[in-house]
Design a protein around this ligand. Structure first.
Ligand code: GTP
Ligand code: MG
Length: 197
C-alpha cells in the first residue's frame, strides 16, 4: 500500500467520543514504553505525528489518526506501568478495555511486545483477556535494532512456545524497528489485506 496522507484527528478519554465508526480501524497496544507511538510515526513516515517519550506513560488518551482518508490508526495508553499511581492505572485500563470491547469498526488490534526480553506475564495476561473477549489481534515484536538476530529469534520462539501452552495457535506476527524502519512494508501490507477482507 502506498501511504499518501496521515492526519491527527482527535484525542478522547472515552471511546464513545471517538470519530464515527465508519472506516476500518487498527489499534496499537502494549506495555508503556514498548514503542507504540514511535511505530505509528514510522508507519506514517511522520516523526512528529504521535507524541513519544523516553519516559513511560506518555500517551494517556485514545488518539485517532486517519490514513489515506480511508482507515483509522489508534494510539492507546500503555498498560503495566507499575510506577504510575494506582488510580491512574485503573483509569487507563478501563479506558482501554471499554474501547477494545466496544469499538465496532476495530478490525484488528496490534499487540506490541518488546523483542529484547523474555515473555512477560503482563503481556500474556493481556493477550488472554483479548482472547476471552474474542477480539482479533496480531503481534508486533518491537525494537529489533536493540538485539542481535540470535536473541531476537530466541525471544520470539520462547514467546510462541509460551503462548502455545494455552493457545491452539500463534497469530500472525511482525518484527519491527522504528529506529531503523524495519517491518514497515509488511505491516502496511497486512493492514491493506485486512481492509479488503
Ligand atoms: P507510552 O505512550 O508511554 O505507553 O509509550 P509508547 O509505547 O508509545 O512508546 P514510545 O513510542 O513513546 O517510545 C518509548 C521509547 O522507546 C522512546 O524513547 C523511543 O525513542 C524508544 N523506541 C521506540 N521504538 C524504538 C525502536 O524501534 N528502536 C529503538 N532503539 N528505540 C525505540
Ligand atoms: Mg505512546
Amino acid at each position: 500500500m502506498k501511504l499518501t496522507e496521515a492526519k491527527f484527528v482527535q484525542s478522547a478519554s472515552d471511546y464513545r467520543k471517538s470519530p464515527k465508526p465508519l472506516l476500518p480501524e487498527y489499534a496499537f497496544i502494549g506495555r508503556s514504553n514498548v514503542g507504540k507511538s514511535s511505530l505509528i510515526n514510522m508507519l506514517t513516515a511522520n516523526k512528529n505525528l504521535a507524541k513519544t517519550s523516553q519516559t513511560p506513560g506518555k500517551t494517556q488518551l485514545i488518539n485517532h489518526f486517519i490514513v489515506n482518508n480511508s482507515w483509522f490508526l489508534v494510539d492507546l495508553p500503555g498498560y503495566g506501568f507499575a510506577r504510575a499511581p494506582k488510580a491512574e492505572r485503573e483509569k487507563w485500563d478501563k479506558m482501554i478495555w471499554d474501547y477494545l470491547s466496544n469499538r465496532e469498526n476495530l478490525m484488528c488490534v496490534f499487540v506490541l511486545i518488546d523483542i529484547r526480553i523474555e515473555p512477560q506475564t503482563v503481556d500474556l495476561n493481556f493477550i488472554d483477556a483479548l482472547g476471552e473477549r474474542g477480539i482479533p489481534f496480531y503481534l508486533i515484536f518491537t525494537k529489533a535494532d536493540k538485539v542481535g538476530k540470535v536473541t531476537a529469534d530466541e525471544n520470539i520462539d520462547l514467546f510462541k512456545k509460551t503462548m502455545l501452552m494455552t493457545w491452539s495457535k500463534v497469530p500472525p506476527y511482525f518484527v519491527t524497528s522504528s529506529e531503523r524502519k524495519i517491518g514497515r512494508e509488511e505491516l502496511l501490507k497486512a493492514i491493506e489485506d485486512l481492509n479488503q477482507s
